[in-house]
Design a protein around this ligand. Structure first.
Ligand SMILES: Cc1cc2nc3c(=O)[nH]c(=O)nc-3n(C[C@H](O)[C@H](O)[C@H](O)COP(=O)(O)OP(=O)(O)OC[C@H]3O[C@@H](n4cnc5c(N)ncnc54)[C@H](O)[C@@H]3O)c2cc1C
Length: 482
């Protein structure tokens, strides 16, 4: 059982309590966390209430929590807004030039030089704050270490809180592993920026990527996983002989994180098209993969593929089967795909290749409806009606921070399983790497960052869960040999 102390209702706490029978219990945070993980009756009521409250705050137009005061088109203001949004902190973005913006700037003596400004619920002003300052103010910046600690120990360190890292955090924490998750920007990863994921099982009409990954994060919290955001992993050191084989250095944290095992789920950065309005249509008109699902959306329509490499060529060929027309946009004057593929693309009757062409603008209602193209050689612009743009302009795996002993493929994605069985660290080992284990025993990779992975949300979630099974086996093997 968890311990609780009764107390008289305080003014603040009782402001919404109307019953005379109400009683307030003070429960130490650690005990509350334990109750959430171990007593389903308690956790359901509390977690449901927290979810409802957060949803209501996000919907409430009058909510005067955090406010970001910024000029309408300023990039830095939008970044603060995006950061708070992706971390699901209720807030409002106020246009400096609006009536409300002018009133706020007069009241707080703010000028354009101060922008963007974060105004806290208590009225404090943070002028041009860094993301870390914003995170601290929003209560996100929970260091994994106490002030006087120089190292933190855990069973599993998960780096990256996209779908793969979050799924692993849920499974690992629920299996009793002491789990720490490091995330450099906001939990949710790429899925967090998808407005509607329609192919995730269990949601017949789709679910917002932010909502899906936020619920997963709450679930991981509930089982006791510790999160630190924003906290990029800066480097990884490997000690094959110690119990805590992995040592991670983390952004903004003086202490090192030592883990018995690590899971790398840092995903990939998809290069984004620089077209006005693009963000609004992520997942509802702008896609990063062309599969049967997207193919159905484009049946008998004109669709657009941007890119000149193999992935663009393959997408164009695949889509040409059902679409009325495919426009393949190439920035320069030639394609960079394999010869066999470029020949097939050129020969395909309903693919038009537009060289020197870029998308300038995307527009529509709830979904993409049309785009504006520019021929960069002639400056000529034209509008094309289309429900889908496939962005195939490349992805870069987030693996720069890793040591060279973690084998990667030619594009930098992490190799796992039998493809690393010949690595020096495995040759001296009596076990073989499990399917998601890297060239260093006890270090795993899952999701988009893994070489050969299917770049899909469900696949990342499945791999995250599967990696935890491998972690359990590796921990057992390591305990056996020590
Ligand atoms: C706009 C968009 C729409 C999509 N729509 C769909 C869809 O409808 N259906 C579908 O199945 N798939 C969709 N996808 C693909 C899907 O979202 C990805 O396959 C999935 O998110 C991959 O999950 P992941 O956990 O492997 O990596 P990511 O989601 O990329 O997460 C990686 C995380 O690691 C963090 N990170 C990176 N480096 C570090 C570091 N050094 N330290 C700490 N943290 C770090 C990043 O900030 C990020 O949060 C979409 C992708 C995008 C971009």
């Amino acid at each position: 059982m968890f311990c609780a102390a009764n107390s008289k209702p305080s003014k603040r706490a009782s402001s919404r309590v109307t019953s005379d029978e109400a009683e307030i219990l003070h429960i130490p945070a650690a005990e509350l966390r334990r109750a959430l993980a171990e007593i389903p009756g308690v956790s359901k009521t509390i977690v449901d209430a927290l979810i409802m409250r957060r949803r209501r705050l996000r919907r409430d137009r009058e909510f005067a929590g955090m406010r970001v005061l910024a000029s309408r088109d300023a990039r830095d203001g939008h970044q603060l807004d995006d950061f708070l949004d992706k971390n699901r902190i209720p807030h409002r973005l106020v246009d400096f030039e609006s009536e409300q913006g002018r009133a706020l700037s007069e009241r707080f003596h703010l000028t354009t030089r101060d922008l963007p400004v974060l105004i806290t619920p208590a009225g404090a002003r943070l002028r041009r704050p860094s993301l870390r300052e914003v995170a601290r103010e929003a209560g996100l910046l929970r260091s994994v270490a106490e002030e006087d600690e120089t190292e933190v120990l855990c069973d599993l360190a998960i780096v990256g809180a996209g779908p793969a890292g979050l799924a692993a955090a849920v499974y690992a924490a629920s299996e009793g592993l002491k789990t720490v998750v490091l995330e450099s920007y906001a939990p949710g990863g790429q899925a967090g920026s998808s407005s509607l994921i329609e192919n995730f099982f269990g949601f017949p009409t789709g679910i917002g990527g932010g909502e899906l990954t936020w619920l997963a994060q709450l679930q991981a919290y509930r089982f006791g996983a510790k999160f630190s955001t924003p906290a990029a992993a800066l480097s990884l050191q490997y000690n094959p002989d110690g119990e805590y084989r992995v040592c991670l250095e983390t952004e903004g944290c003086g202490a090192v994180l030592r883990a018995k095992a690590a899971l790398i789920t840092t995903g990939a950065d998809y290069r984004r098209l620089e077209a006005e309005g693009r963000e609004q249509f992520e997942g509802v008109g702008v896609y990063y993969a062309a599969t049967a699902l997207e193919g159905q959306l484009c049946r008998n329509e004109t669709v657009v593929v941007a890119g000149s490499g193999n992935s663009a060529g393959q997408a164009a060929m695949f889509l040409s089967d059902g679409a009325a027309k495919v426009l393949l946009l190439v920035r320069g004057n030639n394609m960079k795909m394999s010869t066999y593929l470029s020949r097939r693309v050129e020969a395909c009757a309903n693919i038009d290749i537009l060289y020197h062409t870029e998308i300038r603008k995307m527009s529509g209602g709830k979904k993409l409806e049309q785009i504006e193209l520019e021929n960069t050689k002639t400056g000529e612009r034209r509008v094309v009606r289309t429900p889908a743009v496939f962005s195939m302009i490349g992805a870069k795996p987030c693996t720069d921070w890793l040591p060279p002993e973690i084998d990667r493929d030619a594009n930098g994605f992490i190799k796992t399983g039998m493809s690393v069985a010949g690595a020096p660290a495995w040759q001296a080992n009596k076990h073989q790497p499990s399917p998601l284990e890297t060239s260093l025993p006890g270090i795993f990779a899952a999701g988009d960052v893994r070489s050969g992975s299917v770049k899909r949300c469900a696949a990342a979630v499945g791999e995250g869960g599967m990696a935890v099974a491998g972690v359990q086996t590796a921990l057992a093997a390591s305990a056996e040999s020590s």
